[in-house]
Design a binder for this molecule. Structure first.
Ligand code: ARG
Length: 263
């Protein structure tokens, strides 16, 4: 089934503030390389038969390439984004306006919520992260706006500050995650909902193996996540590695760059 994704070219990408442990303002960024790697990701989606819509990047918003944070879209309705950090605040209205221009019915959020960074749709449910960015109150807001069951999960490792860095949706009833990113309660909930989930080890999680995008068969994931790619293949998926090393300097990879437009 072809998917529709929104992406935002990293024309203004840089690391000039640090709002997650991956970001270091002293480490230089090669923007041309970032753009080339991002183009490769876009090409990968197109080659897999998916559609990619482009959100115009705003000057002065270096993290806008991480389009997943721009909202969560389900059945033509969206909960827009309200960012935890002032550095990204302007992105919220920009993504909302763009989604509206595509005919999506966008609800402007009352609470801090960072879109598909923390809200992941798995079948009929939405898994929702909290702990670093998205507020628990936004989970209720998402349930109301999207009309779906929302399951809250608390993140406890600052390297996995968004749910999409700790858990990947593989299919409507299948996920992969790194258990140590969650509190005891979150681990128990995940074990109950997905007893057969793929558990990813610390080393692969630390190259953002879980920041992956699946169409139910192909799983596009960071190239460095070799063991996870092998495990996915053994599970019947087709791993599609893409190198986004330059964007990792901003704390994001494949999934962060991809907002799914559902319905
Ligand atoms: N620098 C960005 C931030 O810290 C990275 C966002 C990554 N996006 C994601 N969906 N995890 O907000």
């Amino acid at each position: 089934m072809p998917r529709r994704y929104a992406m935002c070219r990293p024309e203004h990408f840089e690391v000039r503030y640090a709002i997650n442990p991956w970001m270091d303002v002293r480490v230089p960024v090669d923007r041309d390389l970032a753009v080339a790697q991002w183009e490769e990701l876009r090409r990968t989606y197109l080659d897999l038969g998916h559609e990619v819509d482009l959100v115009p990047p705003l000057p002065g918003q270096p993290d806008m390439v991480f389009a997943a944070n721009g909202g969560v879209v389900l059945g033509g309705r969206a909960l827009g984004a309200r960012f935890a950090h002032p550095e990204r605040a302007a992105e919220g209205p920009a993504f909302a306006a763009w989604l509206r221009s595509r005919g999506v019915d966008v609800h402007d959020p009352e609470h801090v919520g960072e879109g598909e960074g923390d809200f992941l749709v798995v079948g009929d449910r939405v898994l929702a992260g909290t702990g670093y960015r998205t507020a628990p109150a936004a989970h209720e807001e998402a349930a109301r706006v999207l009309g779906a069951e929302v399951v809250g999960l608390r993140l406890v490792d600052p390297r996995y500050y968004h749910l999409d860095t700790a858990l990947a949706v593989l299919a409507d009833d299948d996920v992969a995650y790194v258990p140590s990113a969650f509190d005891d309660e979150g681990r128990a909930v995940l074990a109950r909902l997905f007893p057969g989930a793929l558990l990813v080890d610390e080393d692969d999680a630390a190259v953002l193996a879980l920041n992956a995008v699946s169409d139910g068969l192909h799983v596009v994931l960071p190239a460095a996540a070799r063991r996870t790619a092998d495990a996915l293949a053994a599970r019947g998926y087709v791993p599609v590695p893409v190198d986004l090393s330059e964007l990792l300097k901003g704390g994001g990879s494949v999934k962060c760059c991809t907002l799914e437009l559902r319905g």
